[in-house]
Ligand binder design. Structure first.
Ligand SMILES: *Cc1c(COP(=O)(O)O)cnc(C)c1O
Length: 371
């Protein structure tokens, strides 16, 4: 390869330009409505996103973290409880557990998909276990049926962390409707992203939905009747207006991501890097396309020198995070997670990525591989 490539890891400007007229109009309408808090756009988005996820209820909240925290609160997780979570996820999957005063109990992941290992979950369940955070890592659903089977006899709730999995399916069911309650993030770079922070819970359980609806809005049941120590964690009207426009594109965008993943798979097939595996039950939505190589840092530097952006999701597992030192873990506790952490590399992935850019990235990896 010759010449300077410049391929960003994510490019939100391309996406904005592709929907500019519709999203500008929606934002201006939302501003002109002056219904800035819990305006009609929020209600409409909640209805549309619930329908998209094929669930009965969606409640818009302030972020993905807020969605997980309010889901835990609605289920009744509090001080002294334990919540099981994978060791290889974004810190945000377990920070809400700490904020509830509960203790995260970490388990290792499966070698193939990097999703939480149901066997590890079965071993981690104890008398204080209230819930499992099932993270659909990189956009691929965790083995939810296996988790539910392990959890149900102990009355342990499966909470989906679907923050990377808008539109993904487990067999024929959508992420968001696979456990008792699910949390989504609309952080700008997510498959469905707002123009600021945003999040939602989805569930078929009307009681849980109602509890989150009250908790997100300062614990208010009726105007100035406060029935719980809730939070100010409402989804902004302006963000809901943006999300409604973008939701109409989500299926198309996820299809493009799948095409890009296939193109990467083919172009990298006979190189020394390992391409990602997809479980038989999964319709993956490729929030991230993560390869593995034992020369990860050198490859990342080489790609960076050619102007190709990459990411490390996640280079420091939760059990080695300073903020979780109180759990008393050490290197070696979760070997599968650790080998992933040392080898993983996220390649550029977003719907507007051009096929020629994928070819360029792959060619640079092949050149590195042969060097
Ligand atoms: C993005 C993300 C979150 C948190 O979402 P925010 O909206 O940034 O609070 C939680 N878990 C996972 C797996 C995520 O990717």
């Amino acid at each position: 390869m010759s010449g300077e490539s410049s391929i960003p890891f994510v490019d939100l400007e391309r996406q904005y330009l592709s929907i500019k007229d519709a999203v500008d109009a929606a934002a201006i309408d939302a501003i002109r409505s002056t219904q800035y808090i819990l305006g009609e756009e929020v209600t409409l988005f909640e209805q549309e996103f619930a329908a998209y996820c094929e669930v009965d209820h969606c409640v818009g909240v302030g972020s993905g973290l807020a969605a997980i925290e309010l889901a835990l609160a609605a289920i009744g997780v509090s001080t002294g409880d334990e919540v099981i979570a994978p060791a290889n996820t974004f810190f945000g999957s377990v920070l809400p557990v700490l904020r509830r005063g509960a203790t995260p109990v970490l388990v290792d992941c499966i070698e193939d998909t990097a999703n939480i290992d149901p066997v590890g979950v079965a071993q981690a369940i104890g008398p204080r276990t209230k819930a499992v955070v099932a993270v659909h890592l990189y956009g691929q659903p965790a083995d939810v049926d296996a988790l539910v089977e392990v959890c149900a006899p102990h009355d342990v709730a499966v909470i989906e962390d679907a923050c990377q999995a808008h539109g993904a399916r487990y067999n024929d069911r959508r992420a968001g409707g696979l456990g008792r309650i699910a949390a989504f993030s609309f952080y700008p770079s997510k498959n469905l992203g707002a123009y600021g922070d945003g999040g939602a819970i989805t569930t078929d359980d009307s009681e849980l939905a109602e509890r989150v609806r009250i908790l997100r809005n300062v614990g208010q049941a009726d105007k100035y009747t406060h029935v719980a120590a809730g939070a100010n964690e409402r989804l902004d009207t302006l963000q809901a207006a943006v999300l409604r426009v973008k939701l109409r594109q989500l299926e198309r965008w996820n299809t493009l991501r799948r095409e890009h993943a296939l193109a990467y798979d083919r172009a990298l097939a006979d190189t020394g890097v390992r391409t990602p595996a997809t479980a038989s039950w999964a319709e993956h939505v490729w929030h991230l396309y993560v390869i593995r190589t034992d020369r990860r840092d050198a490859l990342r530097d080489a790609l960076g020198a050619r102007g190709i952006g990459t990411g490390l999701h996640y280079r420091l597992p939760l059990h080695l995070q300073p903020a979780l030192a109180q759990l008393g873990h050490r290197r070696g506790d979760f070997p599968v997670t650790e080998s992933w952490a040392d080898e993983l590399l996220s390649l550029p992935m977003f719907p507007e990525l051009e096929p020629v850019e994928i070819e360029t990235v792959a060619a640079e990896i092949r050149a590195f591989d042969g060097a």
